[in-house]
Design a binder for this molecule. Structure first.
Ligand SMILES: Nc1ncnc2c1ncn2[C@@H]1O[C@H](COP(=O)(O)OP(=O)(O)OP(=O)(O)O)[C@@H](O)[C@H]1O
Ligand SMILES: [Mg+2]
Length: 405
């Protein structure tokens, strides 16, 4: 039986969809990518459900038409938006076995205790990310199973979401006839954008989207913070439209074809011929390329300052040896890494996950949806391992049980 994972990133400017095929007990590969202009999504959240349902319904029908093995019943969908908020929480359990060996059950009870808190009616605990365990006062244990002790403590980052946003996502799944697995999008993206070494040393993943900018900070291999800002590439486009008194569509084209993040890198006297972008020839058809770069730099600087303030609150500004890893469509702006280096006083690079398909495509706006595939795969793999299956049976059973859609 063929086995696939379907992942959906409902972006403010583009919907990104990937289908991965499971090729072995530990491997997958992308077999179908799709990207469409989105409608009805603002700041990473569904704003007009009907429009989103219609677009995705068409897209999924097309995909199922393109490959007879695609019969989708489940999908992983990203949750994004400035409504996401985090809280660090601790939970404790007393080891139940007489010989003190820690079991899954002890782990689960500690986790449930950490998750037990009363939330306001409009908030929903959307995801729990374990940071570390402490056994009888010995901290930073990553996996306590099989170790011995009396008392197990877990520390985790709880990610809460605004309930109406989650309800809309659920309605979308129902309308499409898909069983949705919800995953916090910036977390999934950071998991694949950063290497294990980055996470160990301390690093930040920064998704430069159209309606949002999302930050995830790691240290000691733990997610220590996640924050979504409601600004992004759309704001740069709007600034250009105002600065040049043009429409949003023309401003977007000029940004993508002529934009630079650093005005000092624009050759002296370089001009943009506006007649390339307007149907009617203009009298005053030349504009300084440096002027457009100044508009871009001003808005990007403001975004980086917001991110910088968050890093200062965490006491990590200038202190993340793994640096800042950029992705999202906005990371394609020429000289953005140079501007970010100046602002963050840290090494900055564009994410390059070691995924064969990504090495061909090189489009950083696909990183979050790629992260959704990877997180889903790893979670299912973990569930299979928990069942203690033999290595030999694993692949056959694994495919049979978990990945038939
Ligand atoms: N070559 C480029 N140079 C500069 N900006 C670009 C380039 N290509 C795309 N962008 C910008 O990237 C943004 C889209 O990126 P992306 O697809 O990651 O956003 P999204 O996922 O739709 O939005 P969000 O994550 O905020 O919901 C747009 O603002 C677009 O203008
Ligand atoms: Mg995005």
């Amino acid at each position: 039986m063929s086995s696939y994972i379907l992942a959906l990133d409902l972006g403010s400017s583009k919907i990104k969809v990937l289908v991965a095929q499971i090729t072995g007990p530990d491997t997958w590969q992308i077999v179908f990518p799709a990207m469409r202009k989105s409608q009805g999504i603002k700041q990473g959240m569904i704003d007009n459900l009907e429009l989103v349902i219609a677009d995705l319904d068409n897209l999924i029908n097309e995909m199922e038409g393109a490959n007879k093995n695609f019969i989708f019943k489940q999908a992983t969908v990203g949750i994004n938006g400035p409504h996401l908020e985090t809280r660090i929480s601790k939970g404790v359990s007393v080891i139940s076995r007489a010989d003190g060996e820690i079991s899954e059950d002890d782990k689960d009870r500690a986790l449930k205790a950490a998750q037990a808190c009363v939330l306001p009616a409009n908030l929903f605990l959307a995801q729990t990310v374990v940071q570390n365990y402490t056994i009888d006062g010995i901290t930073k244990v990553k996996d306590p199973i099989g170790l011995k002790g009396l008392r197990l403590e877990v520390e985790c980052l709880l990610i809460n979401a605004f309930s109406p946003i989650i309800r809309n996502i659920n309605r979308l799944g129902e309308s499409l006839g898909l069983n949705f697995r919800r995953v916090i999008l910036p977390y999934a993206a950071a998991e694949i954008a950063l290497s294990r070494q980055d996470k160990e040393l301390g690093a930040a993943a920064l998704d430069l989207g159209a309606g949002t900018t999302s930050l995830c900070v790691y240290e000691d291999n733990e997610l220590i913070d996640l924050k979504v800002f409601g600004v992004g590439g759309n704001n740069i486009t709007n600034d250009i439209a105002v600065g040049l008194t043009t429409s949003i569509d023309i401003a977007e084209k000029i940004k993508i074809s002529e934009g630079f993040a650093l005005p000092k890198k624009v050759p002296k006297g370089a001009q943009i011929d506006l007649n390339q972008y307007f149907e009617e020839p203009l009298e005053d058809n030349k504009i300084s390329k440096r002027f457009v770069a100044e508009i871009i730099e001003a808005r990007l600087s403001e975004i980086f300052e917001m991110v910088g303030s968050r890093l200062k609150e965490l006491n990590r500004f200038g202190k993340l040896p793994g640096g800042i890893v950029l992705f999202g469509g906005g990371a394609q702006m020429p000289f953005i890494t140079e501007l970010a280096k100046e602002k963050f006083k840290l090494p900055v690079r564009i994410a390059k996950p070691e995924i064969d398909w990504y090495k061909e495509v090189h489009d950083p706006s696909f990183i979050p949806v790629l992260g959704l595939i990877d997180v889903t795969f790893k979670e299912k793999l973990e569930n299979t391992n928990l069942r203690g299956e033999s290595v030999f049976n694993k692949l056959a059973n694994f495919m049979e049980r978990h990945f038939s859609l």
